[in-house]
Design a protein around this ligand. Structure first.
Ligand code: SAM
Length: 284
């Protein structure tokens, strides 16, 4: 009689506070045949805290294409495996997709053990409308790519959410300030579940000042949430006359020059005219 096929458990681990591991997760981490971990040293610390000893094998973004088929073989031989990442829910901006895809193809049962996730923790405490939201993971690394990303988000009707690290948080906030309307609500959730947990609800205009004033705000791990566009705030930011002027100018010169001239002529806000010019140039 062939061995019964093993199972793959996708186990969420804490995002800071070690007590945020579920009873069921402890049970699974104890009882599986091995744990595939993004960083085996990191997870060992968690296992020690719970008095769990189990076999660990690395599965991270640099080896997962090669290592995943080997883990599939083990499950086909009857072993059960738990997949964990460094923090939170695996696959949420974390490795694991090749393993899950192969497991599905091999008809191995994939079972989630839910728990901490920085995205979900942040939106649950944000105070923003989140019955619909958009999660975009990590932002592009260069400032110009980030600005293009924010421009594309100007009309997003839902709350949108990104992850950010301490290395780039200040640069990202600066880019946001340049592109998004100053009055737009932004929520910064920092160091969730940890000692210095901070959740700040502010506006785009005030966010930069906050980060420059308090250097501690630049430390740690971040979830950034931005409110979607209010329906009334949409395309009517400029008057029909301003729109007509911009349309004519855009036929003759670059966005930058058209905006500079329109600011000079109308006295309207540069950011407002810039956003309108972008929309107009896209539709031309
Ligand atoms: N899989 C994880 C999850 O479920 O949230 C996310 C992993 S991703 C590689 C790491 C990023 O998640 C960090 O750079 C940060 O943006 C966010 N993050 C993780 N832990 C956090 C925390 N305690 N507070 C705020 N953000 C956190």
């Amino acid at each position: 009689m062939p061995n019964q096929i093993g199972k793959l458990y996708v186990v969420a681990t804490p995002i800071g506070n070690l007590s945020d591991l579920s009873y069921r997760a402890v049970d699974i981490l104890q009882s599986v045949d091995m744990i595939a971990a993004e960083d085996t040293r990191h997870v060992r610390h968690l296992l020690q805290h719970y008095g769990i000893s189990n076999k660990l094998t690395p599965l991270h973004q640099h080896n997962e294409k090669h290592a995943s088929p080997l883990l599939i073989e083990k499950m086909q031989q009857g072993l059960s495996i738990a997949l964990v990442s460094d923090a939170g829910t695996p696959l949420i901006s974390d490795p694991g997709l090749p393993l899950i895809k192969l497991a599905k193809a091999a008809e191995i049962t994939v079972s989630p053990i839910p728990g901490a996730c920085a995205l979900i923790a942040a939106i649950s405490a944000s105070g923003l409308p989140v019955s619909q939201f958009m999660f975009e993971g990590f932002l592009p690394r260069t400032s110009s790519a980030r600005k293009t990303f924010f421009q594309n988000k100007l009309d997003c009707p839902y709350t949108w959410v990104v992850y950010e690290s301490s290395h780039r948080i200040l640069a990202t906030i600066k880019d946001i300030t340049e592109i998004l309307p100053g009055e737009r609500t932004i929520v910064i959730a920092r160091e969730l579940t940890k000692l210095y947990e901070t959740i700040v609800n502010t506006t785009v205009d005030q966010a930069l000042e906050l980060f420059e004033r308090d250097k501690n705000m630049q430390r740690g791990e971040f979830v950034i949430l931005v409110a979607g566009t209010e329906p009334t705030q949409n395309k009517n930011d400029i008057s029909p006359e301003q729109e007509k002027l911009l349309t004519v100018l855009l036929k003759e010169c670059s966005i930058k020059s058209a905006v500079a001239m329109a600011v000079e002529i109308t006295g309207a806000r540069k950011k407002t005219l810039y956003q309108a010019a972008l929309k107009l140039s896209e539709s031309q």
